[in-house]
Write a protein that binds this ligand. Structure first.
Ligand code: ZN
Length: 408
């Protein structure tokens, strides 16, 4: 059995960085020339592996297939695209790590077929729609919802796709690529501070958070700061502030959830009056749908109680929601086991950001591996991970892939 060359993965990541980045960071924005250059580089690497077949699907995703005894296959996925001035690891680690796994497995018997996919436009950096290629493949991309998108130069999304040989209305045909898929594996940098804080290199990802995002409007009555006694005020800002504190307390007493008040607007917003209207945002996240529903119900009850105490009214409007997407329990166990075997200790954690894996989890058993991000920083040139941890992550991806390929 050939050992995966994890050091070469790091060297290849640096090669890709110098080929497609500048002093501000990675510039591999999807549907641009630099992205095409990155994919040509990737294609060149794949062409050097004996027995690998490369094809592009209707959504512009690039698939490399290493045939096995059975047509059933395991997918390793990533995205070579980046945000502008992005980091060298986000998405690229998954692709380049997968490349080395493919190379290592090319000359050994494989009970199942192995596929490596480079998803098109994970970041949505040019047109604002993330997970384009993987959502088309999963069947959740509604062409009507993106047809009118334009970039900052006014170029329409369908035209940019066409320039790269992709027809928006045929992108869903990519879904046929999943016929026969048994499992989906994705290695990614954590992009958050949890693993570094625990001084651990790697973790198994439980799934991606569900989100409840609301605008909450508190209404009282504004009046003069000097003439209105304290006990008769209906101060909408203070009502909102007390509510936001209650939402934070509720989240703090639960495990691994988030509650964030990110925007505040007040009327009249002058120094000589208290405010009659205050609108705030509430963004709640949890991995469990029942927990998320309970958080929302609790937040509404807290706001209603506080509003009554303060003589104000409160109204809720949902801005956005997405359900939690849990990964496969058996694959999480396996990932945990493989990480512990390689580096001694594993940790299970949810993912705050969405990933292509969330789209795949709707269709096939899926798991992700997270590797530590220094400072929890991503989507900037400062994004980094110690090289020894990057190498460990590639070895773990190889071990997990072997285990899943051989599973009966
Ligand atoms: Zn990513």
């Amino acid at each position: 059995m050939a050992e995966v060359d994890a050091a070469r993965a790091v060297a290849k990541l640096k090669e890709l960085r110098s080929l497609t980045g500048d002093e501000l960071g990675a510039q591999r924005v999807a549907w641009t020339d630099t992205w095409v250059r990155a994919r040509e580089w990737f294609r060149g690497e794949l062409d050097g592996i004996p027995g690998v077949r490369v094809e592009r699907d209707a959504a512009g995703n690039v698939w490399a297939t290493l045939p096995g005894d059975s047509d059933e296959f395991v997918i390793v996925g990533g995205h070579i695209d980046s945000v502008p001035n992005g980091g060298w690891l986000d998405g690229a680690l998954n692709v380049v790590g997968g490349l080395e796994v493919l190379r290592a497995l090319a000359d050994e018997p494989r009970p199942r077929t192995l596929k490596l996919v480079d998803w098109a436009d994970e970041e949505g950096a040019r047109f604002g729609r993330s997970l384009m290629g993987s959502s088309a493949c999963a069947g959740t991309l509604d062409p009507g919802s993106v047809r009118g998108l334009t970039d900052r130069d006014g170029v329409a999304l369908p035209d940019a796709l066409a320039e790269h040989g992709v027809e928006l209305d045929r992108m869903h045909e990519s879904g046929a690529m999943l016929d026969g898929a048994q499992a989906y594996l994705e290695l990614h940098i954590e992009q958050g501070p949890i693993l570094e804080r625990m001084d651990l290199p790697l973790g198994a990802v439980l799934g991606t958070f569900g989100v409840e995002r609301h605008a909450v409007r508190f209404t009282g009555a504004h009046a003069h700061a000097g003439s209105t006694p304290m006990d008769v005020r209906r101060d909408a800002f203070l009502t909102a502030a007390r509510s936001a504190l209650a939402w934070r307390e509720d989240a703090a007493r639960r495990d691994d959830v988030r509650a964030t008040t990110g925007t505040v607007s007040v009327v009249p917003g002058i120094v000589t009056a208290f405010n009659g209207t205050c609108e705030v945002s509430l963004d709640q996240r949890a991995l469990d749908a029942d927990v998320l529903a309970d958080m929302l119900a609790t937040a509404k009850a807290d706001a209603a109680r506080i509003a009554a105490e303060e003589g104000c009214d409160v109204a809720w409007e949902r801005i956005w929601e997405i359900e939690p997407i849990p990964f496969d329990a058996t694959l999480i166990d396996l990932a945990d086991e493989v990480i512990a075997a390689e580096v001694g200790t594993s940790h299970r954690l949810p993912s705050g950001p969405l990933h292509d894996a969330a789209e795949m989890a709707r269709r096939i058993p899926t798991v992700m591996l997270f590797v530590k991000s220094l400072g929890g920083v991503s989507h900037t040139n400062a994004e980094d991970t110690p090289e020894e941890d990057l190498e460990a992550s590639v070895r773990v991806l190889a071990a997990l892939t072997r285990r899943v390929l051989g599973r009966t």
